[in-house]
Design a protein around this ligand. Structure first.
Ligand SMILES: [Zn+2]
Length: 319
């Protein structure tokens, strides 16, 4: 009834969520990250902000629609992100998309609702990724920004980068110097929301980084680039990564970071467990990250009927 193949297919593909191409009778786009971005021609159920963000990122029009069987609920992942509560008439199915139940920076966390079936992401579905209290994480970030001379900050360009900039602006007036990918997403967010980040483009403001005055913000994939390594070296800079993956040491190593903060836009392990308990579903399907591990944990420790979606099927990678 529920399977994962280019998105999540529910009720034999009557409802298809977060697929790039596949077209169900009803298509749902939970948010505007590119790994989920709907690029087909059909109408799609999504928030107005997700529509605008997708249009900016894809450079094409997205026809947004509502559907009487679907209620969109803010999922607290990035601006515009939504969970979908699907009422089939027989049961309620809650599809979380990417989700965080925590209030963070300027965003409010997801408030779980009752459902018969829960389809949830399980990115951080093992206990090693139980995140510290959010207030503690953000206070540490702000204190570190205040005491650090030439910080170079890295997070993905839509969502994480804006939250980091927001935290920076709470503690200092030093100029924010943003990589083009972040500038582009800032512009879209600034156009469609009340947020503003006042960041300056990196290309024309390297001086402000070299003299240690500016604070750099860029996408994660840029953290080990030659251009950045040179700037960090010349300015005596310090590189910091922001991700729930930062709960384990390998993240620091992979990104070449001096400092890591487990600031996440996803539920940590404990957040996931609490969310499942609040939804009180009869059945849970997990996908992404530690999906099998999280389903096993729910069965073993909580007596919840749970299964990883990938166990349902053969996928292309099996061939
Ligand atoms: Zn996402």
């Amino acid at each position: 009834m529920i399977s994962e193949k280019d998105g999540i297919h529910i009720k034999n593909s009557r409802y298809v969520a977060d697929s790039r191409k596949a077209s169900g009778e009803v298509n749902i786009a939970s948010h505007a990250h590119m790994d989920h971005a709907y690029q087909g021609e059909s109408e799609v159920v999504c928030s107005k902000l997700t529509q605008k963000l997708l249009e900016s990122r894809l450079g094409k029009e997205i026809s947004r629609t509502d559907h009487p069987e679907i209620e969109l609920i803010d999922s607290g992942h990035i601006l515009g992100s939504s969970a979908a509560l699907i009422d089939t008439g027989e049961e309620k199915i809650l599809y979380t998309g990417d989700v965080s139940t925590r209030d963070r920076a300027y965003i409010e966390g997801f408030n779980p609702v009752d459902a018969d079936i829960l389809v949830t992401e399980s990115t951080y579905g093992i206990p090693a990724y139980s995140l510290p209290p959010q207030e503690q994480i953000e206070n540490r970030i702000k204190a570190w920004i205040e005491e650090t001379d030439a910080p170079f900050l890295f997070g993905y360009s839509l969502g994480k980068a804006q939250k980091i900039q927001y935290l920076v602006k709470q503690v200092t007036d030093r100029p924010l110097i943003a990589h083009g990918a972040v500038m582009k997403m800032n512009k879209v967010v600034e156009k469609h929301t009340d947020h503003s980040f006042d960041a300056r483009p990196y290309g024309e403001n390297k001086e402000l980084l070299l003299n240690g005055e500016g604070i750099f913000i860029g996408p994660t994939r840029f953290s080990k680039s030659d251009a950045i390594e040179e700037l960090v070296e010349a300015s005596g800079g310090v590189k910091a990564g922001f991700s729930g993956w930062g709960m384990t040491e390998s993240y620091r190593y992979r990104g070449g970071y001096d400092k890591v903060f487990p600031f996440s836009d996803h539920c940590g392990f404990q957040d996931l467990v609490e969310m499942v308990e609040e939804v009180e579903p009869k059945k849970v399907y997990t996908h992404h990250g530690f999906d099998s591990e999280f389903a096993s944990y729910l069965k073993r420790e909580k007596g919840v009927n749970a299964r990883a979606l990938k166990e349902n099927q053969s996928s292309l990678t099996d061939f």
